[in-house]
Design a protein around this ligand. Structure first.
Ligand SMILES: Nc1ncnc2c1ncn2[C@@H]1O[C@H](COP(=O)(O)OP(=O)(O)OP(=O)(O)O)[C@@H](O)[C@H]1O
Ligand SMILES: [Mg+2]
Length: 479
């Protein structure tokens, strides 16, 4: 991936230079402009990934720049730098399409964080997602299986409408990729695509994140804030992990879907918004409805069109294509000669249960490729990686398969969860424990499933299913 290109418009020489130094140090290619009109011209004619601009400048004010540039390039993120006392203008600018603003004096880590987020967000919009086959750049949704053909058809069918789309599927099946593909093929492709991960934002903040708030709406709300709905006006809003939204926010969302207006938190004004909603979840919504965790009426609103992504194990015939795709991609990334996997390595990969789906396969291939150091990727590489990687520890080989112990795995998962990763530690730990248990039992019974089942006091049926789902030895079936 090339270094992101950043345009910095700032008339104060010294401040421009120090920002430039920091941003270059973080791997950005920085272009400087010291007048608003000059900056606008540059941003219009050249390709940038993000624009940072001062609010007060000669030539053209930051607010006018935002208005004109956003009209010309709605997908280009613009970040405003603003001094205290001009925040109302900055908020005005966010309504006119600015991505975010920074209140001077700000700390460098804050700047780096906002810029990083803006660039990542813009890439979601601009990096093309190809369907079914890989293009030269960007990403592809790979797979020719029947199940995936259905998915492509569905994407094509819904893209040109403005219908709400609910994307369902287990973790790592490509829901986010599909959301981007739907957006990129839609009539709103030139307008913004804004993603909100409902599970990653604390419940108390999600409402204001989505709908914004008025000044004084709650303690800490010392400025008005424009929410994602307003920012996504005329564009697309991707509500990821919608199954994790609280009942309260669900009710507010339902109202927006019905009335097409939002109210900021603590505000009375009804603000009309024209936003296309894409939503995704890995959760079992029917179950959540029966447990009263998810509103049935919201579910019906969202599920006018449902795209259901198959689990990888349901389309194992796509694994060779995916493996080839990831090997080519990572070889390019690591600048090594592409190699093919050995036949038995491929056969082994096809047989694995892949509870982490394509994401897990992708991780295993990346690491196996690094391990193989440019030589053929063998089954040995795959197994070593699978046993070691904490992702894979929960699925292939598992803690019992060498590498991390159960406790070590649990520590790893907890640590990742603490750092914000979205993993279901409880489910994983149980699965890992069961893997150890069933693995040990079948070993001790020397492959005799009847014996192992008796010792564990489970049915032979359960024994068979567990062994299969954990990919534990099929040989030595026992009497
Ligand atoms: N069909 C596919 N072809 C190529 N890559 C894929 C495919 N499906 C998923 N991937 C890759 O797998 C990874 C996970 O995909 P994605 O983030 O879309 O999953 P998700 O369904 O949103 O998972 P989660 O529920 O955990 O958020 C990404 O790196 C994505 O590029
Ligand atoms: Mg996702």
């Amino acid at each position: 991936m090339n270094e992101p290109k950043l345009l910095l418009i700032e008339d104060d020489r010294r401040s421009a230079q120090s920002l430039e130094r920091v941003l270059k140090g973080k791997g950005y290619a920085v272009t400087l402009a010291d007048r608003g009109d000059e900056g606008l011209e540059l941003a219009r004619t050249k390709d940038f990934d993000v624009v940072i601009t001062d609010l007060r400048m000669p030539g053209l004010s930051g607010l006018d720049l935002v208005r004109e540039l956003h009209a010309a390039k709605p997908r280009l993120p613009i970040i405003l730098m603003t001094a205290f006392g001009t925040t109302e203008t900055a908020i005005e600018a966010t309504k006119s399409g600015a991505y975010d603003y920074l209140l001077k004096p700000f700390e460098m880590p804050e700047l780096i964080e906002v810029v990083g987020r803006a660039v990542a967000g813009a890439r979601l919009m601009t990096e093309p997602v190809e369907l079914g086959e890989e293009g030269l750049e960007g990403q592809a949704i790979v797979g020719r299986s029947r199940a995936m053909q259905t998915v492509y058809k569905e994407i094509g069918r819904v893209a040109t409408t403005s219908a709400t789309v609910l994307i369902r599927g287990e973790t790592g099946t490509g829901k986010e990729l599909v959301a981007r593909a739907v957006y990129q093929h839609s009539e709103r492709a030139a307008k913004p695509f804004i993603a909100v991960n409902c599970a990653a934002i604390p419940e108390s903040l999600l409402e204001s994140e989505l709908f914004g708030h008025e000044r004084g709406a709650f303690t800490g709300a010392d400025q008005r804030r424009v929410g994602r709905f307003e920012q996504a006006h005329q564009g697309t809003l991707f509500l990821d992990e919608i199954g994790d939204m609280s009942a309260f926010t669900q009710a507010k969302l339902l109202r927006v879907l019905q009335d097409k207006v939002i109210q900021r938190v603590g505000g009375k004004e009804e603000i009309p918004v024209d936003v296309r909603i894409l939503a995704a979840t890995h959760r079992d919504l029917e179950k959540a409805i029966s447990e009263r965790l998810f509103r049935e009426d919201l579910y019906y609103r969202l599920s006018a069109v449902v795209v259901r992504l198959p689990a990888l194990r349901e389309r194992a015939e796509d694994i060779p294509d995916l493996v080839g795709y990831f090997l080519r991609r990572f070889s390019r990334e690591f600048k090594i000669t592409p190699t093919s996997p050995e036949a038995d390595a491929l056969a082994w990969l096809v047989e694995q249960p892949w509870p982490g789906n394509v994401r897990q396969l992708e991780n295993v291939i990346r690491q196996a490729l690094l391990l193989s150091r440019g030589f053929a990727v063998t089954r040995q590489h795959m197994e070593t990686v699978a046993a070691k990687s904490s992702e894979a520890a929960a699925s292939i080989g598992g803690p019992a398969g060498g590498g991390a112990t159960l406790e070590e795995s649990i520590d790893l998962w907890l640590k990742s969860a603490k750092e914000g990763a979205q993993i279901d530690v409880h489910a994983r730990a149980f699965e890992a424990m069961e893997r150890v248990l069933f693995g040990r039992a079948i070993d001790l019974a020397q492959g005799n499933q009847a014996k192992a089942a008796r010792w564990l006091n489970v049915s032979r049926q359960t024994m068979r299913e567990k062994l299969r789902s954990f990919g534990l030895k099929e040989e030595g079936q026992g009497p």
